[in-house]
Design a binder for this molecule. Structure first.
Ligand code: IVH
Length: 697
């Protein structure tokens, strides 16, 4: 930028041309594509520079000057709606002195020395809308567009629950209510989380997310996004029923529109200053973004006398908060391991003050985001804070990049446990495969391990397991089963001897009664035999929930069968199971392939017996729980087949007849076993009878 005072007329002319183009391009990116590439500060600089040149060379103001435009052109894909009353913009100021100038100019215009009441309203950082009601019925809605013509978003607005569709009787026949659609911070974070999970580009801020959600050709998408709104002004009204902005808010409330409770009447400049300071402090804690305070002359009669400049009212102004952006350096890029094993890249920043808060790290979201924006260690970057939303890295200032810098390479190993990391197909997220042994995931895994559908140990709920984890009593699932052993004797002793011995002595440390602790130990004992579906689920294999565990158990019958297939990488067999896809199969093979997982499983199985799966159908089968002996030569199947069949139906197959035998199946040439069975009065079936019996079920 050239110093305005030093510009020649010719230079000024070419600068204005360049600025008009550049600002139009930035506007387009911001308004049409919801993808700004300039920071707010850079954009403001351009606008101010343009304004300064125009002030010095008023004869050079272009027809397409950015100072004469409000927003952007209407996106062609939406129907257009011409506003009956233009949707105006507001002049911006950045200091209390400028607010004072504004108040003075209002008084001068009205030729009065009296104090004037102003309504101070939080300036919501969203997207303005206009909603038209005819005879109390919502008929159409529009965006601001360029202020004259907006986009028809009737169907989209309809999906926002806060917008009343039918107003009570007594409202003006024609009534246009205007306000701001926004996305609350938590809804924004949740949306971005989902967006990232789908491997898509996250929204830069709640404003862009709101705009992207509202301007959807398919209103069903709008309906899925959580949008909110505040009403704050009006357009065409057949018969206004209010004399002040305050009265208008009262009406709005009566009619069922959301009105910001932080709107505040100010009787003096002092009130305005105090309110601004207060809001600047409260801002971060608000559930939505605001970027300043709007002051409006309270009296409508005075507003009408004051009227308008080209595109802004003389009776209102916006006092903006200082920019929430700053330039700093990425000192390092660390990988954080979340409780579920997700690997998130985080930028360690040279600490910098952003709008009064020191920021020293920011999320870089995921591998794709790093690649897209080409973030590198050592880069100078623009960071941005919006309220209490996690600081974002907006962009890299490539002009400061060192010649020796290199692109960031996403690690393929978990920085916490060294297990290999994998990236899910179709998503942008990397995961640590160290599941059972990764310290970052240990607590979450323990919680999962004792949850209702897993081991479900009475007395070892989430709260207790967290306490035991935090003080080191239980660090991994195996520790649960050595708890009693490690606790030491519960004989009464004095405190000295307790301190001497190596036991955990939970009863002493937690003040648990002996009875309670014994009950816990017995509850743990009860789970030393566990059903196959519970055990599979408890392992916390990525994406394997309780229902999948059930399917796997049914299919494989025993843990060994499952584990063998997994170690042999038999994914084809897995995928053949209805409900198991290729991605899950791959996850499972990888999980079982990890040495540390194998070790934990082996350790666990020293203390825990995993029952073979018994199908419900088997429970009802006539062979369930029966001890069977086969003898003689079978004709319709081999002995091995018969044995497998019986086992599949829940029977135990024994080699010799005893008093415990429930059933003997005899083939041709049966010998001593058949005789013994007869002596003992045990039920005897011929091969065909046996087959009939199991077919019946
Ligand atoms: S009044 C003529 N009140 O700020 C008055 N605007 O820079 C027009 N905004 O387009 C607007 N909160 O999108 C008004 N309480 C508020 C506002 C507000 C946010 C936005 C609105 C407007 C822009 C003007």
């Amino acid at each position: 930028m050239i110093d305005v005072d030093k510009l020649t007329q010719q230079q000024a002319e070419s600068e204005l041309k360049r600025l008009a183009e550049e600002i139009a391009k930035a506007d387009n990116a911001y308004y049409q594509n919801d993808a700004p590439y300039l920071t707010d500060a850079e954009y403001d600089d351009l606008k101010h520079y343009n304004a300064a040149i125009e002030e010095k060379f008023p004869q050079l103001v272009r027809k397409d000057s950015p100072s004469l435009r409000v927003g952007a052109k209407v996106q062609s894909k939406f129907n257009k709606i011409e506003h009956r009353f233009p949707m105006l913009s507001l002049g911006d100021v950045f200091s209390i002195e400028e607010v004072a100038d504004f108040v003075t100019s209002v008084k001068r215009f009205l030729n009065t020395a009296d104090d004037i009441d102003f309504m101070a309203e939080p300036k919501i950082d969203g997207l303005s809308f206009s909603a038209r009601y005819e005879n109390g019925k919502f008929v159409s809605g529009a965006t601001r567009g360029d202020g004259i013509v907006g986009e028809d978003i009737t169907a989209n607005l309809r999906t926002i629950p806060q917008l009343p569709l039918q107003l009570p009787s007594g409202v003006p026949e024609i009534l246009e209510i205007r306000g701001e659609v926004y996305m609350a911070k938590r809804d924004f974070l949740a949306l971005n989380e989902r967006t990232l999970q789908q491997g898509k580009k996250p929204f830069a801020n709640p404003r862009n997310a709101a705009a992207g959600s509202l301007r959807q050709l398919d209103p069903r998408i709008t309906a899925e996004r959580k949008l909110s709104l505040w009403a704050y002004t009006w357009g065409e009204v057949s018969a206004p029923q209010w004399r002040t902005q305050g009265e208008f808010f009262q009406k709005l409330q009566e009619w069922g529109f959301p009105v910001n409770p932080l709107n505040k009447m100010c009787h003096s400049l002092r009130d305005m200053e105090e309110n601004f300071a207060q809001m600047a402090v409260n801002r971060a804690g608000l559930p939505y973004d605001i970027d300043g305070i709007v002051y409006k002359v309270n009296s409508i009669a005075l507003q009408e006398r004051l009227g308008f400049l080209t595109r802004t009212p003389r009776w209102a102004i916006a006092h903006k908060f200082p920019a929430q952006q700053a330039l700093t350096r990425i000192n390092d890029i660390r990988i954080q391991v979340g409780r579920t094993g997700a690997l998130t890249p985080v930028a360690d920043l040279e600490p910098v003050n952003v709008g009064g808060v020191i920021v020293s790290h920011a999320t870089l979201h995921n591998e794709d985001e790093i690649r897209r924006k080409d973030f590198r260690i050592g880069d100078m970057v623009v960071i941005q804070r919006a309220g209490d939303v996690i600081p974002q890295v907006v962009e890299v200032k490539k002009e400061y990049r060192s010649a020796t810098s290199e692109p960031f390479v996403f690690p393929t190993k978990c920085p916490e446990c060294g297990a290999h990391a994998m990236r899910e197909e179709g998503t942008a997220a990397w995961y640590c495969t160290g599941g059972l042994t990764c310290p970052a995931q240990a607590k979450e895994h323990l919680r999962h391990f004792v949850s209702k559908e897993a081991f479900d140990i009475a007395g070892l709920g989430i709260t207790v397991i967290e306490e035991f984890f935090d003080d080191g009593t239980i660090k991994n699932p195996v520790d649960i089963f050595t708890l009693e052993e490690r606790n030491g004797s519960m004989e009464e002793r004095d405190l000295f001897s307790v301190a001497d011995d190596k036991g955990l002595h939970i009863e002493k440390r937690y003040g648990w009664g002996k009875v309670l602790l014994n009950r816990l130990f017995r509850a743990i004992d009860e789970r030393r035999i566990i059903s196959l579906p519970r055990f599979i689920f408890a392992l916390g294999i990525p994406r394997v929930g309780a229902a999948t565990a059930q399917m796997l158990a049914k299919h494989y019958g025993s843990f060994d069968a499952l584990q063998n297939d997994m170690i042999n990488k038999e994914t084809a067999k897995l995928v053949a199971i209805d409900g198991i896809g290729a991605v899950m199969a791959q996850d499972m093979v990888e999980f079982f392939g990890e040495e540390h997982n194998q070790k934990v499983i082996a350790d666990l199985r020293q203390y825990v017996t995993v029952e073979d799966y018994v199908d419900d159908a088997i429970n009802n089968s006539p062979l369930s729980g029966k001890i069977i002996v086969f003898t003689g030569t079978l004709e319709q199947m081999t002995r091995a087949e018969a044995k497998a069949l019986a086992q599949k139906l829940g029977a135990k197959v024994a080699g010799s007849v005893s008093s415990h035998t429930d059933l003997v199946v005899v083939g041709a040439d049966a010998g001593s076993k058949a005789k013994k069975a007869a002596e003992l009065g045990i039920k005897i079936l011929a091969e065909t009878e046996f087959l009939q019996m199991i077919e019946q079920k």
